[in-house]
Design a protein around this ligand. Structure first.
Ligand SMILES: [Mg+2]
Length: 163
């Protein structure tokens, strides 16, 4: 099912396609690089299917689907927030479904962008993620420091009043 092309990118061949097309030799995803660091049999199968979807429906249509699924997740989240407490479970299930849809479409977005940027997209994404996580960590740190100082002020104010 998997092979390697000349420049070290992993490409997959059409084993699953056999029943669909009646042929067994067409490459369904040549050129869609597999990002490094992805492992595990289940994930590899999911990658393979995502690449198959890109080949069948085309990148333009799948980019539309990325947008559509993100909009569906947005809508599910708004409904979850608006739901009565006794209905939260049902709406959480809708969120889970849309969350899964978005994950699948983001995997396809990733393949498309990596293909056209010769994996630069992968490096950029990791860089932005690390920077943003780091920034979030320092914001959390600042917020916690502020909260502690506020508590200390309240505590000092209270003990002063009790003297
Ligand atoms: Mg959906």
């Amino acid at each position: 099912m998997w092979s390697w092309n000349g420049d070290g990118r992993r490409i997959c061949f059409n084993a699953l396609q056999k029943s669909h097309t009646g042929t067994d030799s067409r490459c369904i995803s040549e050129g869609h690089p597999v990002p490094p660091g992805i492992g595990g049999e289940k994930i590899m199968v999911a990658d393979y299917i995502c690449q198959g979807a890109l080949t069948f429906w085309g990148e333009d249509a799948q980019l539309d689907m990325v947008i559509e699924e993100m909009a569906e997740l947005t809508k599910a989240l708004l409904k979850y927030k608006r739901a009565a407490p006794e209905d939260k479970g049902v709406y959480m299930n809708f969120v889970a479904e849309e969350h899964a849809d978005v994950e699948i479409m983001l995997a396809q977005l990733y393949f498309i962008m990596c293909k056209y940027s010769d994996m630069k997209y992968h490096g950029d994404k990791i860089k932005y993620r690390d920077e943003k996580i780091s920034r979030l960590a320092s914001r959390l740190d600042q917020a916690e420091t502020k909260r502690c100082m506020k508590l200390k002020d309240i505590s000092v104010g209270n003990s002063g009043g009790n003297r």
